[in-house]
Design a protein around this ligand. Sequence first.
Ligand code: G6P
Length: 611
Amino acid sequence: MCGIIGYVGSKKAAPVLLKGLERLEYRGYDSSGIAVADGEKIEVIKSIGKINELVKKASGSNMPCGQIGIGHTRWATHGVPSDINSHPHLSEDGAFAIVHNGIIENYAELKAELISRGVHFASDTDSEVIAQLLQDNYDGDIISTLRAVAKRLVGSYAVGIVTVYDPDALYAIRKDNPLVVGVGKNENFIASDFAAALEHTHNFVQLENGETARLSSHSVTFYDSDGNNIQKTPYRVDWDIESAEKSGYPHFMLKEIYEQPRAITDTVRPRIKGENGDKIVLDKIEFTDVNVNRIERIDIVGCGSAYHAGIVGKSFIEKYCRIRVNCELASEYVYSDPITDNRTLTIIISQSGETADTLAALRLAKKLGSHTIAVVNVVESAIAREADDVLYTHAGPEIAVATTKGYTTQVAALYLIGLKIAKIKHTISDARYLEVLKEIAALPKKIEAVLKNTDAIESYAKQYAKHKCVFFIGRGTDYAASLEGALKLKEISYIHAEAYAAGELKHGTISLIEDGTITLALVTQSALYLKMLSNIKAVQSRGGTVLAIASKLNEKIGEASDGLLVIPDCDDDVSPVITAVVLQLFAYYVAKERGCDIDKPRNLAKSVTVE
Ligand code: G6P
């Protein structure tokens, strides 16, 4: 999704903005631009395509000299990707430049009104109305003008503004779209996420709905929606800039795959306490006999991979807690008139903590009286702040659009929540509790073992990379893991991939299997071994080629398959975290073989902040 960076300080703004935009590339975009104010005028440079196109246009003698500016990466929603539709947008008189993330839902009405008053628009975007409204409403005071404009806007927005009327400052307003203010030394920043400004500062302030910020090089002033001055204290973000860089890996995705042992360790270890290492403490979340025994059902809600993590969590939690778990896509949950109340626990999953559909689901669940726990990676994100409780996943910054460590840490966090509830409800024996806890703690070591030898995965990936369609099958928790495996392959290699519950294949989809069709079969559930064996045979007898991914205990399946990848020995209940790593690598190598843009796949955005 679109990205925003803004700078005011003693350096030339353009290079800072261009670097910041590069850091935002991972969010997905189709064009970009900067606006730099030099005390007299605002210079705007924009370009369709990659940031390096913009860099070319803004370098050498074309580089603006001003020390205040805003930059934007655009992901087209209203109006095709083009130079003109890229941000920043200037007001017709050139006095205001804005960058905008979000959607102005009433833009057509506002645009018609402004046109009727003689204003000329340059672009097809909804965003340009903000710049034109600023010009139209300017009353000599920027804060009051911004308030007047904000009152006219329906929809969601994070907006950065520079104006010739205040040549020492840049401004920001927001509603339902993330925006942080980075507080530096003799320089300050605005950004849609802190990755864009992390190399300059670790101190950030979240701008809340309805608030306005005025940033000069030496100060940041905040105003509430009535224009009153308010105090806000910065918090520190400990992520280092190296963690947002490739550190020698060819792609962020590969680096993030390799970071999983560390990410899972950081998510799990600090939560296992007690002298014997047998107690789970989930930060500030209070799980007591009373509130746990009150839970009659659990809803898990998320989008994309977060939803898939929820499906894995569902089978684990149902098995050990004996509570009915309903896993819902956030975009469906919101419009499904959900049955929920104060006896339902709602677990909201989101790596970014800013996904608009998921945020809407959280708000609805809260409104209907459900207690909400957010499993989130990005500290102080909207979902983390609005949920009743939060369990951070500590994956660190995830830059590749296709999530890897974000997903596996979500699954690990759900395991901890499930085990904690099961222990309180006495629905798990003490011995099994300890066994599973040990298995969760051992996951990083087992993932390390997978990562040490990826040759076979790479070789199968190369062999199958030319295929047009790949099926993923599994039963039970293997089926849940297949869903994520298929999504990874679709996202980055553009191969049509479908996950099916292995037993369901015969009810229709098997008609698609023909000579050479590739099926990846997950076989880690010992109790379902024989059933999987028959499913594999059924695929092969229609001419299909089967690559089995099996745990050590089930490796005999290799004799019946066309290829085999064996994962380290692990408990059946936690195998999805390990198979996920194998499937991530498979998708990665397929995409690499096909020459795809792995970190920034077409049409996808890392953080989807519109519904
Ligand atoms: C986007 C990303 C997916 C991600 C989903 C949910 O669609 O491309 O990879 O799983 O959003 O994101 P979240 O940040 O809420 O986990």
